[in-house]
Design a protein around this ligand. Structure first.
Ligand code: FES
Length: 109
């Protein structure tokens, strides 16, 4: 286990820089740090779609792609799905994600 830095930018442009342990999900790291804009109503069970993020380059292209269940849930997010949309509960942090940067939608509901 190691530590990486990730960056979450809210719709109003404020960026939170988080030091995160690998092995947890991006959602878990954001919730633990009380990052506004990640609701995660289902606690990571892939049934709420309120942990929606937009992943910036280069990680948008290098993350493991969403599986069928995540992709299906992404069709029900409050903010419009984009090609770089992901559910942060499904992003398991590892060393390859050092510097991961995501934008948060204006609302998760
Ligand atoms: Fe509910 Fe991610 S926390 S789908």
């Amino acid at each position: 286990m190691s530590t990486i830095t990730v960056h979450l930018t809210s719709a109003d442009g404020a960026t939170t820089h988080l030091q995160c342990r690998t092995g947890q999900s991006l959602m878990e790291a954001a919730v633990a740090a009380n990052v506004a804009g990640i609701e995660a109503d289902c606690g990571g069970l892939l049934t709420c779609g309120t942990c929606h993020v937009y992943v910036r380059a280069p990680h948008a292209a290098t993350l493991p792609p969403p599986d069928a269940d995540e992709s299906a849930m992404l069709d029900f997010t409050a903010a419009a799905r984009q090609p770089n949309s992901r559910l942060s509960c499904q992003i398991r942090l590892d060393e390859s994600m050092q510097g991961l940067a995501v934008d948060l939608p204006a609302s998760q509901h």
